[in-house]
Design a protein around this ligand. Structure first.
Ligand SMILES: Cc1cc2nc3c(=O)[nH]c(=O)nc-3n(C[C@H](O)[C@H](O)[C@H](O)COP(=O)(O)OP(=O)(O)OC[C@H]3O[C@@H](n4cnc5c(N)ncnc54)[C@H](O)[C@@H]3O)c2cc1C
Ligand SMILES: *[C@@H]1O[C@H](CO)[C@@H](O)[C@H](O)[C@H]1NC(C)=O
Ligand SMILES: *[C@@H]1O[C@H](CO)[C@@H](O)[C@H](O)[C@H]1NC(C)=O
Ligand SMILES: *[C@@H]1O[C@H](CO)[C@@H](O)[C@H](O)[C@H]1NC(C)=O
Ligand SMILES: *[C@@H]1O[C@H](CO)[C@@H](O)[C@H](O)[C@H]1NC(C)=O
Ligand SMILES: *[C@@H]1O[C@H](CO)[C@@H](O)[C@H](O)[C@H]1NC(C)=O
Length: 532
């Protein structure tokens, strides 16, 4: 019975693949290769989705997290989606894709801002990691092995099931995937206390271009260094990371204090720049500037929120704030004490009624289209210039800014310790955000142009030579490569120095050694050094 139904599937595959005859042969060869690489007749249909499969669109859209790329005919579609549920299947897929010259995009949580994990102009397949999502916590040595297809919410929840006084310093959005997030650096509200996710990675498993699975000992320290901040996609398929859990108190305190322009928001942000990076490491304060319509006359105004995470109780927090940042006027009623796991729900902007298990949901929290950009700030922006930035935000009408205080542990780790280079000397990182719901070529273009204009306006106030950018806030505007021809390296250097500063050259050396044929590549990957 099983044999009959499978032969039907193969027949269907062959018939349907003749629709796109240019790739049919290579696809056929690819399936044959998978079969001879120990992917059994039972498993093959479970892990391969062709465009003709009724579940293809669902699977494709499930992990498209930017509304700009959902439901558009302009979004290039993969010829195949591959959904392995065993490590050996990832090896087979890499081996066979290499054999038949099939380009792979690797996707874990699909949050890439520019969709590089699921789109490509040239023909491609998606290697989708969502089935590889087991998490093993070991409380004896306070570590966990977490597979790349897990979400941050699943990781936090699993830690919480094992301990109420352990956590992990990763991002605030629970649907983000471990594979992209950790390989790109990964930061969240404990950044000043514990630095980045990569600062707590102690081992990893990765499938490299020759199909081998390597761990830290067998990959060596260079590659292990590269996949802590250099992005995974240039080097192989990250299967899992081993992380050290970090201690968190039983009770943490959060607040979100909004201030209007009339309440001197600009002065407060001006002060925040000098204070927030110097506070005790247990305290992180983000500034979030959002456009809102004033009631009545529909004029655009700005709401500036100070959002805090404190690893301690509210009495202590209020006393610190009154001493160091009295201008904000923080009151005890502004503070909410809660468990660390509940603070994840607070930061994730879940409703107050949300419970821990809501972190396990893989449903997208935001489905709007968006475009983001990033900057690093080394010296405080003057009061006058901040006022001009606020004016510009108002006239732009749709740009939001999130400013994330650095300092603390971020200033104690050398730029070269991991591939993530933006450490000492930065007082905060800016994220620019713009969201829109009415997608379409004209609307997309106008919204993207608006944030580009704003980014240009910010040039004098932020890091220069290079103008640094955060890899996890992927921005295709800062440079890209088609990975062909003699210019590929110099094209890559343009964005590479912004993302990686002086670490770019070492990343190129690692890349050249482990993937000399550039099998693992994307529009912003690390290039291979070609000797002239
Ligand atoms: C709503 C939202 C909130 C966010 N909040 C934060 C935050 O608080 N802190 C923060 O640091 N970042 C944050 N990010 C950014 C996020 O960390 C990055 O987008 C990250 O790359 C997403 O990982 P992913 O696996 O979900 O994405 P994907 O789109 O699957 O992958 C992103 C990149 O990593 C590669 N990749 C993915 N999996 C693997 C793998 N297993 N092996 C090798 N390469 C792989 C992909 O090919 C792609 O290049 C946020 C993003 C969104 C959309
Ligand atoms: C599509 O998904 C449904 C529900 O998960 C499943 O029952 C069905 O077998 C799938 N069909 C194919 C062709 O994969
Ligand atoms: C995309 O299309 C699907 C199926 O037609 C629909 O369910 C979904 O809501 C759409 N998503 C967006 C963001 O338009
Ligand atoms: C403000 O209100 C106007 C009129 O109601 C609306 O057209 C516009 O989109 C709103 N702007 C924002 C940023 O919400
Ligand atoms: C998009 O739509 C959602 C859901 O209706 C809404 O909450 C959100 O504010 C909208 N975003 C924008 C930018 O208009
Ligand atoms: C595969 O590549 C890795 C990294 O370059 C190397 O260490 C390993 O020896 C290679 N394995 C085989 C079987 O060639």
């Amino acid at each position: 019975m099983r044999i009959i139904s499978f032969s039907l599937t193969i027949l269907q595959l062959l018939l349907l693949s003749s629709f796109f005859s240019s790739i049919a042969t290579s696809q056929d060869n690819f399936f044959k290769c998978l079969s001879s690489n120990n992917i059994g007749d039972d498993d093959l249909p479970k892990i391969t989705y062709m465009q003709s499969n009724i579940n293809y669109t669902n699977i494709l859209q499930e992990y498209i997290r930017n509304g700009r790329f959902i439901n558009t005919t302009n979004t290039p579609k993969p010829t195949l989606i591959l959904t392995p549920f065993q490590e050996s299947q990832v090896q087979a897929i890499v081996n066979c894709a290499k054999n038949v010259n099939l380009h792979l995009k690797i996707r874990s949580g699909g949050h890439d801002y520019e969709g590089l994990s699921y789109m490509c102009k040239a023909p491609f397949a998606i290697l989708d990691m969502f089935n590889l999502r087991s998490i093993q916590v070991n409380m004896k040595d306070e570590t966990a092995w977490v597979q790349a297809g897990s979400t941050l919410g699943e990781l936090y929840h699993k830690i919480w099931e094992n301990s109420k006084v352990h956590g992990f310093p990763s991002g605030v959005c629970p649907t983000v995937g471990v594979g992209g997030h950790i390989s790109g650096g990964g930061y969240g509200t404990m950044i000043r206390k514990y630095g980045l996710s990569v600062d707590h990675v102690v081992d990893a498993r990765i499938v490299v271009a020759n199909g081998s699975i390597l761990d830290r000992a067998s990959m060596g320290e260079d590659l292990f260094w590269a996949i802590r901040g250099g992005g995974g996609a240039s080097f192989g398929v990250v299967l899992s990371y081993k992380i050290n859990l970090v201690p968190v108190p039983e009770i943490v305190t959060v607040f979100r204090v909004p201030r209007t322009l009339e309440q001197n928001a600009v002065d407060l942000v001006y002060r925040w720049q000098n204070i927030a990076p110097q506070l005790e490491n247990e305290l992180f304060i983000r500034v979030y500037i959002q456009t809102v319509n004033t009631t009545g006359n529909s004029k655009i105004t700005l709401r500036t929120s100070f959002i805090a995470m404190y690893l301690g109780d509210s009495d202590k927090l209020v006393s610190i704030m009154n001493k160091k940042f009295p201008e904000l006027g923080l009151k005890k009623e502004d503070c909410k004490e809660m468990s660390w796991i509940k603070s994840i729900l607070f930061w994730g902007e879940f409703p107050d009624t949300a419970i821990e298990s809501d972190l396990l949901s893989r449903k997208a929290l935001v489905t709007s289209a968006f475009k983001m950009k990033s900057d690093y700030v080394k010296t405080p922006i003057s009061r006058g210039d901040l006022g001009r930035i606020y004016q510009k935000l108002i006239s732009s009408g749709n740009i939001w800014m999130a400013m994330n205080a650095y300092g603390g542990m971020m200033s104690e780790v050398a730029d070269t310790e991991t591939a993530f280079p933006h450490r000492v000397g930065n007082i905060y990182k800016i994220q620019y955000l713009t969201y829109w719901n009415e997608t379409g070529p004209d609307s997309d273009k106008a919204n993207i142009q608006s944030i580009r204009n704003f980014y240009d306006f910010m040039t004098p106030f932020v890091s220069k030579n290079p103008r640094e950018a955060f890899l996890n806030y992927r921005d295709i505007d800062i440079g890209s490569t088609d990975n062909v021809g003699p210019n590929a390296y110099s094209e890559a250097r343009v964005y590479g120095e912004k993302y990686f500063k002086g670490n770019f050259d070492r990343l190129v050396q690692v890349k050249t050694k482990v993937d000399p044929t550039n099998f693992f590549r994307n529009e912003q990957s690390i290039p291979v050094l070609i000797k002239n």
